[in-house]
Design a protein around this ligand. Structure first.
Ligand code: MIG
Length: 684
């Protein structure tokens, strides 16, 4: 059941697609206090109650013990003291343990706070037993009750609509770096993979492909024949994926800028002038993507690149990130001027460094510009979390016009619930630290709860220098994430896998991904079409098992398998909890497998640096594609040549999905194939 409660006069966010009548009863699962400028919801949590959700946030799968603030922020240090990252995913489930249910009669529920401004989820930080949610006075709250965690998520997902489907090539391995500067450098990356038999489907173009960071331009010196170049790459089965930034450079003669000015498509400041902020290109204006005309206009600009053969994009800096605003910089510079020649004592000195540090992403700047939401003027901070969503929606709606039959790859850095219908996300600027690998494992199911299925983290870590072992372990996890992209920041060690000594190990790992492709693609499509989660914490599938709620570092992936990635350095293995008997499949490569049935229980299991261990659930099956030696990309994977891994005492069934990978027709009957195998027929 979904209950809807409306407070004040909420802004239409488009997060929800289903009509739900307002509930006739009062909200009862939490105590409601309507304050002058806020709604405060609170309830008590029992010892064993667990909170799942909140999408892209730091810390564990169980969110208890910290506060999370929905306030999209460009923060390249995802440390555990951070309250906000790039997304705003205001959905959580409070799972009541049996004990709490008996003692207080409280029920398990899901709650979605549809408020595009700042929302605070204090999940037992201030007081360990208290869950307190503080939203703005104008918001819509949905409470969802159901039979199980899975059922609550499914209802929520129906409410917010079907998730985005990426083209199949985007399920291959992808290589990125900020930046591959020239055509030749891109060719080198492709050759590095091809020469060494490492499959690859895409190479990313970061900001330097543009002419001085201007959206929808291509640098004519470094990429002189862009159209020919994209087709040269296509011939090698490589898709180029350029970045698009939110800010439009202020420059006379630059058509995107001039049109935006002429048509009033940019966000305005208090005085009705076009708001000036600075990001990569220096001074920019922000297209007002909350306005339907401006949105259509901005989306249409992607055509310029699509006409040159581009079929994938990533939208960046769309929190939107602000290095500084023109007005604030002026103030700060004046104040600094006044400090000249002064003796700066401790306080004065820190005040000075603070002034400069706080130029970026300053809350005051976000309060100083306005949107025209189709006739209604709204200050940015009230709708801050909708910006990335609508930039991505702009692109997606344009693709419906430009390439109506085809899928286009699209993902974003910032997002709000509802954006999952238009594209995926990547988890932004993580670091090459072991803890960030664990964070990535923990973020995945929480994102899936919100419908964000096409997602993954920067493999190897974006900031800081990666190490060979970290990259291996990261790939051993990321071979299961729908978005499998290696990406690194400027100035860091090169981390294309062929740069390392043990290239054969990397080759095996990446080939495993291509072997897993029929499974990953089938399970992704099932998750989309049935409103389910592709990645799940154990508790979702073993709700009766108390221990399952405590496992923070293992995941179910699709219907058939569980994974337990290694995420600590120098570990030769790890503890694993098996919630039921499973088939342990130990792989050094697709072809070198050792399988063994292991009973339910706790184990320490060896997992060498070059090994992947997959656990197949009893009576479920895992298809693996048999790959030729020279598989280069997803299009070389032969889906008719499958091996079946699994175990059963009787028969097991699996529904395999396949399609052409690019058209938008997803559900013709013929594409679902039911496979039934008896015990003797498995290939393990
Ligand atoms: O402030 O375009 O998250 O993936 O490489 C840095 C350069 C801007 C941030 C993105 C990152 C990208 C980088 N961008």
């Amino acid at each position: 059941m979904i209950y809807k409660y409306v407070f004040g006069q909420p802004i239409e966010t488009q997060a929800v697609v289903m009509e739900v009548p307002k509930s006739e009863h009062e909200l009862s699962v939490m105590k409601v206090e309507v304050q002058e400028d806020a709604i405060r919801l609170s309830c008590q949590m029992g010892d064993e109650d667990v909170v799942f959700g909140l999408g892209e946030q730091v810390r564990g799968m169980n969110k208890r013990g910290f506060s999370y603030i929905s306030n999209a922020t460009d923060d390249p240090r995802h440390t555990e003291n951070k309250h906000s990252l790039y997304g705003a995913h205001n959905f959580l489930i409070l799972n009541r343990a049996e004990k709490t249910k008996d003692e207080s009669g409280n029920r398990t529920f899901g709650i979605f706070v549809d408020d595009p401004g700042t929302v605070i989820f204090d999940v037992g930080e201030t007081r360990m037993e208290d869950l307190v949610i503080t939203a703005g006075a104008d918001c819509v709250i949905y409470v969802i009750e159901g039979e199980s965690l899975k059922d609550i998520v499914k209802q929520f997902r129906k409410l917010i609509g079907r998730s985005y489907i990426a083209p199949k090539w985007a399920f291959g391995y992808q290589q990125s770096r900020w930046s591959y500067m020239t055509e030749d450098e891109v060719r080198e990356v492709v050759d590095g993979h091809r020469k060494n038999g490492i499959p690859l489907d895409a190479v990313y173009l970061d900001i330097d492909y543009m002419e001085r960071y201007k959206d929808f331009t291509v640098n004519q010196e470094t990429f002189p024949n862009f159209k020919e170049f994209t087709s040269e790459m296509k011939e090698q089965s490589i898709h180029l994926v350029p970045i698009i930034d939110a800010g439009v450079k202020i420059e006379e003669g630059y058509p995107v800028y001039e049109e935006g000015i002429r048509e009033n498509y940019f966000c305005k400041d208090e005085d009705g002038e076009d708001f000036v902020a600075a990001v990569w290109p220096g001074k920019v204006h922000f297209p007002d993507v909350l306005n339907s005309k401006a949105r259509a206009w901005f989306g249409e600009k992607y055509r310029f690149l699509m006409e040159q053969g581009i079929d994938g994009f990533w939208n960046d800096m769309n929190e939107p990130a602000i290095f500084y605003s023109e007005k604030n910089l002026k103030k700060v510079l004046e104040e600094l001027e006044g400090m000249k020649g002064k003796n700066l004592d401790l306080n004065a000195f820190f005040h000075m460094t603070d002034l400069v540090a706080k130029l970026s992403n300053n809350p005051l700047d976000y309060q100083s510009f306005y949107h025209d939401m189709d006739g209604v003027r709204i200050r940015h901070d009230r709708v801050h979390n909708l910006y990335g969503f609508n930039m991505t929606r702009a692109a997606s709606e344009a693709f419906d016009q430009i390439e109506p039959e085809k899928r286009t790859l699209l993902f974003s850095r910032s997002s709000y619930i509802g954006m999952h219908r238009y594209g995926g996300i990547w988890t932004g600027d993580n670091n090459a630290w072991w803890g960030q690998l664990l964070l990535s494992i923990q973020q995945m199911p929480a994102l899936n709860m919100c419908g964000i299925l096409y997602t993954g983290s920067d493999i190897g870590g974006f900031g800081s220098d990666t190490t060979e072992d970290l990259l291996m372990r990261w790939l051993e996890f990321a071979m299961f994430t729908p978005l499998m992209r290696n990406h690194a920041a400027m100035g860091t060690r090169h981390q294309e896998v062929y740069q390392f000594e043990h290239m054969d190990v990397f080759r095996n790992l990446i080939r495993m991904r291509y072997g897993l492709l029929p499974y990953i693609y089938s399970e992704y499509m099932k998750a989309v079409l049935n409103d389910e989660m592709y990645f799940r914490p154990l508790a979702f599938d073993y709700p009766e098992d108390e221990q399952a709620y405590r496992v923070e570092d293992q995941l179910l992936v699709g219907e058939s398998i569980m994974i337990a990635p290694v995420y600590t350095q120098n570990a030769k293995g790890r503890y694993v909890y098996l919630p039921e008997d499973m088939l342990m499949v130990r792989m050094k490569s697709l072809e070198e497998r050792v399988c063994e049935v292991v009973e339910r229980g706790h184990y320490y299991m060896d997992m060498a640096l070059d090994e992947v261990v997959i656990f197949v659930r009893k009576n479920y099956m895992l298809p693996l594609a048999v790959l030729d030696e020279d598989v280069r990309s997803t299009s070389d994977v032969n889906e008719d040549q499958l091996e079946w891994i699994g175990y059963t005492e009787d028969v097991a069934e699996y529904v395999l999905y396949n399609d052409d990978g690019t058209s938008r027709k997803y559900t013709p009957e013929s594409e679902w194939e039911k496979i039934r195998l008896t015990k003797e027929e498995f290939d393990f």
